[in-house]
Design a protein around this ligand. Structure first.
Ligand code: HEM
Length: 416
């Protein structure tokens, strides 16, 4: 039910359009920040992460949290998310030897509980004033939507735990079983079976959460795209020329420009082919024993689909290791993010596919188009970006991308 509300109601086109001004404001703030640092290098990962998390928090509860208190809560929230992600990614010995779990030898369970309580408090702090004051002032954010939501059929509202679960997820201690496993399965990914890797584990992502799920994936995809563009100056040139032609030197990018930017869309698709942010997607679990692609999959087994390997399979892709956005331009197979063509599934496929697809796509396209249109990007002299991967729930670049941006448009007022 929560998935349905999030995918179909909160992310309807009308709602996403309604929240556009909020996203736009946050990107404008980041533009101003980058402009202010003119002449100095910036860390693209930090830029992407702070822009995306600011967009997410403003869409969720932005309306009420202004001024110092707002800044403080948003900063605390960012810290809590970062901490949860770190704890989540730690391999835990208790997952391999469950009889040790009650000792919590590495203290991971304790840390996770502490971080979760911290997160809960932040949510209470934000929700309380809205429920207590009982005012009809509309803040126009996701939280308003959730507090006012009534199911069409039953007329029921959402409870507070449901609201929190939907906003930030139930970060169950079991969740990090997955990351621990992934850690031990570390690259080279080629060694994994190209289609299916079966794992008999006792757990699964219980509550992949929206804010955490949405920030790492989107900001990592941003960084990978920038890295590939820095490595392929001819593609960067073509992308910026397209932006100049469609948007114009005297204007800033708007979401309505997207459909006129097929080359940038191809660049994003090609980046997500080579660097899918969730390389093994989320695990599946068949309700009956079945045979698929010659493998017998027992009922209850956890199945990981290796999207990373499928996206680089030479039987499915020509020169799979080459970064070549042209393969998606005028593409006769119409490869999109819907997950219907199984050799291209950066947002997954089927009933568990990314719940934030439309929002994620909009945020990624908007931030990329805006930053590429407004700045020239250069790596500091003598340096070359690499495409090494760091293993984790989200597939990050192993080293942060450090770049030197300079304004690209003549009208400097557009940067304020
Ligand atoms: C470029 C951005 C993003 C990428 C590449 C991405 C990718 C993915 C992938 C591959 C999955 C697993 C799908 C599967 O196993 O079939 C997933 C799940 C999920 N994503 Fe995203 N995602 C992105 C942005 C977002 C955003 C912005 C949100 C929230 C606002 C979000 C929320 C979720 C949730 C809640 C799930 C779990 C769905 C479920 O368990 O039913 N994602 N995402």
């Amino acid at each position: 039910m929560l998935r349905r509300i999030f995918v179909h109601e909160m992310q309807s086109n009308a709602n996403l359009d309604a929240f556009y001004a909020i996203r736009r404001n946050q990107v404008k703030k980041s533009i101003k920040d980058v402009y202010g640092k003119n002449g100095t290098t910036i860390d693209v990962r930090m830029l992407a992460y702070s822009t995306v998390i600011n967009m997410m928090t403003s869409m969720f509860w932005g309306g009420t949290l202004e001024g110092d208190i707002g800044a403080n809560i948003n900063a605390q929230f960012r810290d809590a998310v970062s901490e949860l992600l770190i704890i989540w990614g730690k391999p835990n010995i208790s997952d391999f030897f469950p009889f040790l779990a009650s000792f919590d030898i590495q203290g991971i369970q304790g840390d996770m509980k502490r971080a979760s309580r911290w997160m809960e408090k932040i949510f209470d702090f934000v929700i309380d004033p809205r429920t207590k004051n009982n005012t009809n002032i509309s803040n126009n954010d996701f939280l308003d939507f959730l507090l006012e939501f009534k199911d069409h059929e039953t007329g029921k509202s959402l409870s507070r735990p449901q609201i929190k679960a939907l906003s930030c997820g139930v970060v169950s201690p079991f969740n990090y079983v997955l990351s621990s496993l992934l850690y031990y399965m570390s690259p080279p990914w080629q060694n994994l079976s190209p289609l299916l890797v079966i794992y008999f584990v006792c757990s699964i992502f219980n509550g992949q959460d929206i804010v955490i799920g949405g920030t790492g994936t989107t900001s990592t995809s941003f960084e990978w795209t920038m890295a590939e563009l820095m490595l392929h100056p001819e593609v960067m040139k073509k992308t910026q020329e397209e932006l100049t032609k469609v948007v114009g030197d005297a204007n800033v990018v708007e979401e309505y420009h997207f459909h006129k930017l097929p080359y940038l869309q191809a660049v994003v698709k090609e980046t997500l082919r080579l660097h899918p942010s969730a390389p093994l997607l989320l695990p599946r679990c068949p309700s009956q024993t079945c045979t698929l692609g010659g493998y017998t999959i027992p009922k209850g087994a956890k199945v990981f689909l290796n999207a990373w390997a499928m996206h680089r399979d030479s039987q499915l892709w020509e020169n799979p290791y080459e970064f070549r956005p042209e393969r998606f331009v005028g593409d006769s197979n119409k490869l999109d993010f819907s997950g219907n063509k199984f050799h291209y599934i950066p947002f997954g496929s089927g009933r568990r596919m990314c719940a934030g697809l439309h929002l994620g796509e909009r945020m990624l396209m908007y931030t990329l188009a805006t930053f590429l249109h407004m700045f020239h990007w250069k790596v500091p002299d003598g340096e070359k970006p690499d495409t090494g991967e760091k293993f984790g729930i989200v597939l990050e670049k192993s080293t942060p991308l450090i770049v030197l941006p300079t304004p690209r448009l003549n009208n400097l007022k557009l940067y304020h």
